[in-house]
Design a protein around this ligand. Structure first.
Ligand SMILES: [Zn+2]
Ligand SMILES: [Zn+2]
Length: 138
């Protein structure tokens, strides 16, 4: 996968992600839906992500294990960053030229409200399954 370049709406932050997995995930948790007004469609970008205009990146620590980053000028959502691994999950919509995009996983499927659902066939994990998964890893 070639490096993908993108920027926020206003251009104050420019991003290069060299290693994007086009198999994207959707998160239905309340935190993601409060942040973006809708579920979070994210591509995994690993740790090989660089920023130009980093002074304009504001981070909010939304949980003990992760922070959410956005442009302080225009508000464009830039990433969800895992604290321990330093891995970035970034909004699919930031990268309009990605090829081979496929929705493969829906997180917090039990937290999805009744007013929408996707017909994509994907794997799903409930809150309990996610908690058990992370408990095993610790
Ligand atoms: Zn901006
Ligand atoms: Zn979420």
């Amino acid at each position: 996968m070639p490096a993908s370049h993108t920027s926020c709406l206003c251009g104050a932050v420019k991003i290069t992600a060299t290693n994007i997995n086009p198999k994207f995930t959707v998160c239905h948790c309340q935190s993601c839906r409060t942040w973006g007004g809708a579920p979070f469609f994210a591509v995994q970008c690993g740790t090989e992500v660089t920023f130009e205009g980093e002074d304009n990146v504001k981070m909010y620590q939304s949980s003990a294990w992760a922070s959410r980053g956005f442009c302080s000028e225009c508000g464009t959502h830039l990433f969800y960053k895992l604290k321990e691994s330093g891995e970035y999950n970034m909004p699919v919509g930031l990268f309009p030229k990605l090829e081979g995009l496929k929705m493969v996983m829906q997180y917090f499927s039990d937290a999805r409200p009744d007013y929408y659902c996707f017909s994509n066939e994907t794997q799903e994990m409930t809150t309990a399954e996610i908690m058990a998964f992370f408990a095993e890893k610790m």
